[in-house]
Design a protein around this ligand. Structure first.
Ligand code: CAA
Length: 256
């Protein structure tokens, strides 16, 4: 059997490439489990500071694997508890950058939305076609898209199943930056390399604090932020960063 994922580490960047190009990287359960396992492994490795997630062939991912789901019933879905592997992605501590070209549909769009930052080819297409299959987004789409673009626009896309262009996705704040397709991976890796030079603990604890903003009141979120801010003063990198500023040199961060 072909590997469902290709994984590699370039410098301090972990790269995960979805590898079922013949079915446009349709996400079967095993693939999601392997993505979660690889992200957890990268989270534990000292040499990986940022992960880039992309797809091989002509899509990022055209959704959950319809062939795997077509004959399921709801009791089996409940017992499978398959979304637990999606939850594992939610608690990854290091930055995940999605690089989307071609289709990011259904579960593929949800996987893109589970990334912290999203870069896309200017020809990429996003959408939730579940409404045409008699189902609905099930891996976070109704929640994450609504938080990003607001109820009215999110419902429009979820109800119509219509495709969102890369330009619309950027305008709605779903995507950070757009590139010509041939430059997407190169530019994403360059950005990831720049991010990997920043203090890793600062990146990690600010990621945690920013996500709290989605659920907490401003006051509660600020209490959380303050604790993480104070925590960083126990790190070697805080000493290094502030000394480097005073000594007018570039800091060299160790992630400790
Ligand atoms: N599951 C399984 N197989 C898929 C698939 C999917 N989600 N998406 C594409 N494929 C397969 C096709 O069946 C086809 O296989 P064969 O060559 O064996 O026929 C192959 O990938 C290539 O696809 P097409 O020939 O259809 O390519 P196209 O360029 O004509 O169309 C497309 C591209 C518009 C993306 C079309 O493939 C499509 O509509 N795919 C399904 C999209 C979809 O409905 N996704 C949502 C899934 S449900 C979900 O994700 C639930 C959730 O929230 C968790």
């Amino acid at each position: 059997m072909d590997n469902l994922l290709e994984t590699a580490v370039h410098g301090n960047i972990g790269l995960i490439t979805l590898n079922r190009p013949k079915v446009l990287n349709a996400l079967n359960r095993q693939m999601i489990r392997e993505i979660a396992e690889t992200l957890e492994e990268f989270d534990r490795r000292d040499d990986v500071r940022v992960t880039v997630l992309t797809g091989s062939g002509r899509a990022f991912a055209a959704g959950a694997d319809i062939d795997e789901m077509a004959n399921e019933d709801s009791v089996r879905m409940e017992l499978l508890n398959q979304f637990v592997d999606w939850d594992r992605i939610t608690v990854i501590k290091k930055p995940i950058i999605g690089a989307v070209h071609g289709f990011a549909l259904g579960g593929g769009f949800e996987l893109a939305l589970a990334c912290d930052l999203l870069f896309a080819a200017d020809t990429a297409k996003f959408g939730f076609p579940e409404v045409n299959l008699g189902v609905m987004p099930g891996a976070g789409g109704t929640q994450r898209l609504t938080k990003l673009m607001g109820k009215t626009k999110a419902l429009e896309y979820i109800w119509t199943g219509e495709t969102m262009t890369a330009q619309e996705a950027e305008r709605f704040g779903v995507v950070n930056r757009l590139f010509a397709p041939e430059l997407l991976i190169e530019e994403t890796m360059k950005f990831a390399a720049r991010l990997s030079e920043k203090a890793p603990l600062s990146i990690r604890l600010s990621k945690e604090a920013v996500y709290k903003a989605l659920d907490y009141s401003v006051y509660e979120g600020m209490q959380f932020e303050r604790k993480n801010f104070s925590l960083l003063f126990s790190s070697e990198d805080q000493k290094e960063g502030m000394s480097a500023f005073q000594e007018k040199r570039r800091p060299s961060f160790k992630g400790k």
